[in-house]
Structures are given as structure tokens and as C-alpha cells.
Write a protein that binds this ligand. Sequence first.
Ligand code: SF4
Length: 743
Amino acid sequence: MEIIIAENSGFCFGVNRSADLADEALRSDKEKYTVGPLIHNPQLVEKLEKQGLKVLTKEEALKVEDSLIVIRAHGESAEFKKALMDNGNEILDATCPVLANIYKKIIQKENDGYQVIIVGDSNHPEIIAMDSYLKNGIIINDETEAKNIKSEKALYVVSQTTNRADFYYDIANTLKENNGSVVIENTICNATKLRQESAASLSKEVDCMIVVGGFNSSNTNKLYQVVSLYNKNVFRIETVKDLPLQKLSEFKKIGIIAGASTPDEIIEEVVSKMDEFTKEDFMNSLEDSMKKIYPKDIVTGTVIDVKDDEVFVDIQYRADGIIKLDEMTEEEKDNPKDHFEVGNDIDVYVIKLDDGEGNVALSTRRVQGMKAWKELAEKFENDELVEGTVTGFNKGGLTVDVDGVSGFVPASQIATYFVKNFKKFVGETWELKIVSIDERKNRLVLSRKDVLEEELDERWDELEEGQVLEGEVARLTDFGAFVEVNGLDGLLHVSDIAWTRVEVPSDVLNVGDIIEVKILKLNKEKNRISLGRKQLLDKPFDSFVKEHEVGDIVKGKVVNLLDFGAFVEVADGVEGLVHVSEISWDHVEKPSDELNLGDEIEVKIISLDKEEEKIGLSIKQLEEAPERPERKPRREKRENSNNNRQRRRPERSAQANFSSDADLNNNLGNLLEQALFEQGGSSDFISENDSEVDDVIDDFDSAESTEENLDQEVVDEDIVTLEDEENLEESANDIDDVDEDEE
Ligand code: SF4
């Protein structure tokens, strides 16, 4: 390793002079002070303080009397110095002669009518002191401020002694844009200029530069800026303790430059420390100080720099670590500056020891992943559920993100039912059960179905038949409504929605309705829940029978017409049957001959069956039955005669198909007339031809019997028999009448 010390390093003559005056002050018997640190070097200031040269603020100094006060190299205003002397103090003025010369010039130029412009830091003691000698001085420190100056006077421009030449002249020349006469005086201290030139020159020759000086020293900071222009490996140190030994071992040629306020002894310490270490010493030292770091380790490091797309981390290794954007977590990627702070300790995963540019490749994303795998493995062991967000899908199933780890839910494990459309799940967050986990193969398989099934089991167990609970109408079909109860789907059949007739569920319910339902039947194996709603409502039949009795006449509406009768709604949800035989005292072939759907009619209640919940109604009984002729003894004779005779059942012919009493009577009359005509009108023939009349009656019976059979399922047999008997009676009476006429 080669160490080169730049020419013109260390104390300038101005600082050197102030140090000599400080030594002189220390020999005085008076109390000794400086106003502010004598130079920008904490180590030297501390040393002087220990020797008796105390540091005061300006305010403190103005209270001191009869003491010795050293004015530092930066200088102070004339008023301040006078005030100190007025208090009986002795002054040792260490103001740098370079500055004293500048004071003279600017005072003179202002007196000559110039507007004096000072280019420098308005907070720096040197500039504050300089300005104090002017009546209307202007301080600027960048080109923007320079552009704003428009003066009718000629300008006289001076610089802070430590400015870089290019910086000063860029600003000073800008003043020419808006001002006619500008005199630019180069007041940059030659000592400063020489140091900056030496620093620039040496920076181009060496692998790295060390800039030594107080961290708050203006001229040292300027040196750092200069060397950084020509060398990318620059280290700023204040004392030997700050030497970056590990890093310096990488370089073969090292340059050292010290600021104007850096005592020679500090430079010597630095150089001698570096000299002590040969290359081997450095390496041994590094070996001792460095951690043993291997790829795949997780180590703790300190953030030393944060950029928009990378973060540098000191991991106590010979090279710094670097976290590239793609190795950060999702949150960190958005804005690294929000998540990393210089000085903070962080855990990092070592990807490789050299990323090709001399840095250790690090990752925070993988740290998170490794921690997540560990936690997932523990949850798998404990049979705990995890939360995952669906991030995508493929033919086999869904990809999910679980705490930064990518997992997979196979299609068969997505739900308790067959799933066809995977896309709709993307973005959803679910509770999942870990089916298998293998960090080495980066495989995490999960199931949502298991979770759902467990939930369903629990929900089923909470249900029982007869239970009444609230549910939400989920969807409607023509045959019923699916209602979600306790997280499960139940069917409310259309017939169980209400006691009144419901054509389709949508007439009564809407999707989203919250309704009260009763569980009628449960079948867990078939996953079926039958629900009822009307069972929770008052039964219209019960109300009706409470208020009505047989014989009451009520109003109703014809709601259904069948061959055997008409159903009439006599109250909401209450229907009764008007049998076809109860429609009229006359024979009615079928109800639709007399009634229409929707007809508003009056009916008489003729029966109430509370057990069967049936109501018998009649229309014809609203009126008295029409009177019938008294039955003649002849009927008895005919009946006896019929009983004793073997009845002949002829082939049924079209002629014998009687559709009404009138047809029957007409046919009977025709037969009788024909018989009388053929037998010469004798009444005896009537009795001899009784058998033919009976045959006609038998045909009638047969026809009625067929009708009766058709209606047998629903017709009150007694009523039908009565009807038949009445018809037969009428027929028989007609025959009797004919007999009487003949007689
Ligand atoms: S840097 Fe120049 S102006 Fe400042 S103290 Fe040293 S010699 Fe004087």
C-alpha cells in the first residue's frame, strides 16, 4: 500500500498564526478566553481549553472584564472588538491578515461609491465579520440571488476566502447580466486555492482519497467537494479513529489531504497509523474485525445510504452490502426512503458475497420469506388456519399469497362444489388450511374446501327441525325460493310460502328479503334443508270455521273449474268445493257450462270437515228445491216387476246415450208411442211392454253409472246417488204418467 500526502496540507499560515497567539495568551497571568472556537478543529480547541484558554460565546464575552481575549482567525466586527476593550480587556487579534486586507479593500470601495457584493455563507463568522465593516453590503451565495441584483452603482465583488474558484466566478459573472459595471476581486485565499489544486491533482492519481479535518470546517468541506469530483473513493475523517481500515485494505494507492484548520499532529497520527499496517496487517486486522458471513445467512446490518432503487448496508464485512429494488419486499419497493433510514439496524439475507461490483448482494424480501416459511411450518404443525389472498389462476387451480409466500389451491380444494370459473376469485382473501408444506421445494399447498366443510358441519350442527330463524332470500325459481339460513341454502317451496295461492315465488318475495322461516326437514347427507313460511302464519281455514257454520251463505270467487265441480274461494286462502250436482237443481253436465273462472257468486255452506279441512258448498241450495209430482203406486209395481225379472242389458247404442233428462223423457215417450201404435192402443200392451221400458231405464242407469265412476274419486257418493235416484224417479214418474194417460 502506498500513502501519498498532498502538498499544502494542514494549517494555513493564518491558522498557524492564531495558534501561535493562543500559545502567547496561555503565558499571560490574566484570565484567557477566545470568542468561539479558535479554529475548526475540536481536538485542538479541547487541548487549549485544558491548558486554560476557555471558549466564550459573544454574549458571554461582552460580560468579561480585565481579561485577555484572543480574536480568532475568522475575525470579528470593529464594534465588537471595541466593546471588549471598553470593558478593560486586552485583545490578542488573530484575525488572518488575508481578511484584514479584504476589510480594507471593501471599505475603500464602498467609500468610492461601489455597491459591495460578498459571495459567501451569510452565517459563517468570516462573512459576518466582513459585512460588519460595510454600511450597505449585500451577501449572496448562488446564481439565483445574483440574478436578482440590479444596481445603478458599479459592483465590487469579493469572495469568502475558502470558496472554490469555479463556484465563485460562476456567481460573480452572473451579476454582469443585470449590471453595467462589475469589478470581480479574487479574494479566495491562496492557501485555500493551493490546497484545492493539490487535492484535485492528487485525487486523479490515487485509488482513494482521505480528507482529514473538522467536520464543521468550511475549507475541509470544500476540499472534500473538490476531491469527489475526481475520485469516487473518498473518505472524510476528523481523527485517526475514523480511519476506515477495512475498506482501505482494498486500495493500493491512497492519498491524504488535510484542511487548513487541521493540526499537523493529527495528520501525522493518521499517516503513522496507516504506516503501521502493512497489507498483511490490514488483512489480519480485517479478519479479526470482520464477521464470518456466508451466502444464505441472515445477518444484522446498519443502513448507511438509501437511494431510490437501492439501499447500502454495513454488515461489518470488508465490503458493504447492497439491497437492489427487486430484493425488497412489496411495501419497500414502493418507496425505499419511506422504509429505510440511515443508522437503523435491519435483518438482511445474504444472497452472494460479491455481486460483481464488489458489494455483498442482500435481500430483505427473502428474510421476510424465510420467516414466513418458518411461521407457516409452525401453523401446519399446530393445524392452524392461515390467511391467503388469491393472486392468479391456471388450469389446475389458484395461486395465493400467504404472508409473502406463494402457495397453491388445487381446483378440487377451492370449494365444496364444482368450480368452473377461477377468475372471479382473484383478489379475494380467504382462510385456508395447509395441506402440505415443503420449503426446500418451495411448495405450499392449501385447501379452502376443508375450511368450508368444517364451517358447514358446525352450521349444520346448529340447526334442528322445527327451529324458527331468519334467513335471506338468495335466489328465486318458479318452484320455490332459496333462502340462506345460518350460512346454508334452504328451499322454501312455493306451496309453503303462504296459505294463499302463490303462482310463483317472485309474486311474494324479492331477492335480499329477510324473512322468518321454520325448518320443516333436514337432510345433511343430501345437503337439503326444507323451509316453511306459511307455517308461521295464521291458518285461514281455522279463522274461517270459527266464524262460519253449515247453512251460512257466503260470497266467493270461482278459482278453479274441474269436471266434478268448481272450487270457490270464500276467504283469503280458503276454498270450498261446489260439486257439479250442487250447482243447479237441474242436471248440469259439467261446471264450466254454468260457471266461469273469476265469477263472483254466493254459495251456501253445506259441510265443514275440520279434520280434513274441507268445505262443501252449494249454489242450488240457495233456492228451494222445485216441487216434484207425487210418486204413483205404479212405481212400486214397476220396481217389483223389475226385481223379479232378469234384466237384459242390450248393446249400448247411440240411441240410448242420454245426455239429459229431456232426452230420456223424449226417448221414453217415443218408445211408448211406438209400442201403443204397434199393439193397437190397448192398455194391456203397456204392461206387456214394460220390459222394453225397463231396458231403456237400464240404459239410463248404465250411462249414469259411467258418469258416476268417472267422478268417484272426488264426488260425494251420497249426493250422486241422490241425484241418480231423483233422475230415476223422474223417469219413473214420467212412465207412470204415461200409464195413467193410457188408462
Ligand atoms: S485559509 Fe487563508 S484566509 Fe483563512 S486563515 Fe488561512 S490563510 Fe487566512
